[in-house]
Design a protein around this ligand. Sequence first.
Ligand code: GRF
Length: 188
Amino acid sequence: MQKKIVILASGGGSNAEKIIDRLHSSSEIDVLSVISNNRQAGVFDRVKPYGVPCLWIDKKFYQSDQFLFLISNLNPDLIVLAGFLWKIPKALVQNFPQKIINIHPSLLPKYGGKGMYGANVHQAVKESGDDFTGITIHYVNEFYDQGAIIFQNQVKINATDNVSTIAQKVQQLEHKYFPEVIEKILKN
Ligand code: GRF
């Protein structure tokens, strides 16, 4: 039977695009919708060519039962957070156990938690002097970046790397592995 996913994204949407690009040709997986809390999010333009239905939601709707109702009606096999910045409501986590996944741009448990997103993460990594950084794909529970880890991949940091080159290295890993891991989870 065809598997269904919903993508939640707040920003540029490069990961959402890679995921859709890989999956839209698959008859086994359908991307039902891309949902964003940010009306200006770049993700809307990025996914337009694929014809995936997009939806903008505000905080009131998000925090109400209506959001849970919406997602429950879509009945996805997987909810994919691809750069989604709002904390997932407890009710959603409880109703979709092991069905919500997130990608984080560091090797968790390092550099996770509230406020740790985007350049903040790479800045902290650079300041730490760590030799490696990477990506973590994990299940979502009620606490930021603390759900069970599904997949990690690392990349070497050179002395000459700065926040921007670290970000680029990490993004390359995200684009390569996130779609693959999603496919793997759904085909299991
Ligand atoms: C990624 O770095 C991801 O790890 C984090 O948010 C970023 C989203 O980037 N959770 P994009 O919007 O997919 O380009």
